[in-house]
Design a protein around this ligand. Structure first.
Ligand SMILES: Nc1ncnc2c1ncn2[C@@H]1O[C@H](COP(=O)(O)OP(=O)(O)O)[C@@H](O)[C@H]1O
Ligand SMILES: [Mg+2]
Length: 369
């Protein structure tokens, strides 16, 4: 094992990758800590895989610097880096049994005998596949095959494990199970994971920190809670969870930012939430909104509107409410203390929407985002 010279395990400084005149990765700078579960989250084509491949050594940056454990590896080939990769396609050897699939890399390194047996055994135990040693990949389910791929990547105990949409081929239920499993495995082995996904729920479940990427850059790098409660840009607000964005004329009133909507309604958010700038907006998550009978008083932000859609989703009921100026807001109410659905708001009903100003968030100028 490499001696750790720094708490930072992976460092990218101004890393750019161009393919012809297309910029796939646009000047990314970030640090990943030793033992962290770090995720690159973003839509297809935003540069996640390219970033991961440069960290793994499968692709060279056009410019910038990559360090692993404090050592410049920018031009070091993949096999000389203390890094392993798990891809979405498991790439198992179909003719080798599970034991030999996991043992393959170790054998090539000259590990044999009891040492080999012990290390393969430990890796299979970690992914809960003891008893499957003699099977071949064709006799495994998708989830099991992905576990073998994981065991094979972990058996060498690399300093960093890169995972590129490893659960993408699994169905939703299995994906959720494997997500929880992956997090457990990462905690047990203590290896730095850099995980790539376009699925925000997956990212939120597993990650210590998430870089939300858009067009070759990341717009925000933070823990799941901060990304959700305090998204910094319109893109992050829309990509991580659902948001209502209130656009209008920006103003300032003492300790509050104000947005005057087209309908004339004024919405507030405390300045402690961040800088809004001239092109900014106030946002609020659907579950932070409450529905009141028209005329009921509230000290918070209020908007008058009409219910246009109601969906009962079990845990919550979701409403679409159209505000006087035509703005549509998504509201979710938890279904607590209900034995019938009689108290559900119905389309056409007049309501007052309300929320505490400090439960909103502000997104900055589009230009600076
Ligand atoms: N080898 C390549 N040659 C040319 N363009 C590429 C190559 N690899 C990726 N790209 C382009 O770079 C951009 C980022 O791709 P990628 O990193 O695969 O995105 P993601 O993994 O987020 O979907 C895309 O527009 C893609 O078409
Ligand atoms: Mg990709």
């Amino acid at each position: 094992m490499t001696t750790r010279v720094s708490e930072v395990d992976v460092r990218l400084v101004d890393v750019t990758k161009r393919f012809g005149d297309q910029v796939a990765v646009d000047s990314i700078t970030l640090d990943v800590s030793d033992g962290e579960f770090f995720t690159l989250l973003g839509p297809s084509g935003c540069g996640k895989t390219t970033t991961l491949r440069m960290i793994g050594g499968f692709e060279q940056p056009t410019s910038g610097l990559i360090e692993l454990q404090g050592v410049d590896v920018t031009f070091l080939p993949a096999y000389q880096r203390d890094v392993n990769t798990v891809f979405q396609s498991y790439a198992l050897f179909p003719h080798l049994n599970i034991y030999e699939n996991v043992a393959f890399g170790l054998r090539r390194k000259g590990v044999s005998g009891e040492d080999l047996k012990k290390r393969v055994g430990e890796a299979l135990e970690l992914v809960q596949l003891i008893g499957y040693e003699k099977r071949v990949p064709g006799q495994l389910s998708g989830g099991q095959a992905q576990r073998v791929a994981l065991a094979r990547a972990l058996v060498n105990r690399p300093g960093v494990l890169l995972l590129d949409e490893p659960l993408g081929a699994l169905d939703l239920k299995l994906r959720k199970q494997m997500g929880i499993e992956l997090k457990r495995i990462q905690r047990e082995v203590g290896i730095t994971f850099i995980y790539v996904t376009h699925d925000q729920e997956e990212a939120m479940t597993m990650s210590d920190r998430i870089a939300v990427m858009n067009k070759g850059r990341y717009e925000q790098l933070a823990g799941p809670e901060t990304l959700y409660e305090r998204p910094a840009t319109r893109f992050v607000a829309g990509f991580v969870g659902a948001s209502n964005l209130l656009e209008g004329k920006i103003g300032s009133d003492g300790a509050d930012w104000t947005v005057t909507l087209a309908s004339g309604g004024v919405i507030r958010a405390p300045k402690t939430l961040g800088e809004i700038g001239s092109g900014g907006a106030i946002g609020v998550r659907p579950e932070k909104l409450s529905l009141l009978e028209p005329g009921q008083q509230s000290k918070g932000n209020t908007l008058q509107g009409t219910v246009v859609d109601t969906s009962y989703l079990g845990v919550i009921t979701q409403y679409v409410v159209e505000e006087k100026g035509g703005l549509r807001l998504l509201v979710s109410e938890q279904n607590l203390d209900r034995t019938t659905r009689n108290d559900t708001w119905r389309p056409g009903e007049q309501v007052t929407l309300t929320w505490k100003p400090e439960n909103g968030f502000v997104v900055g100028d589009a230009a600076s985002a």
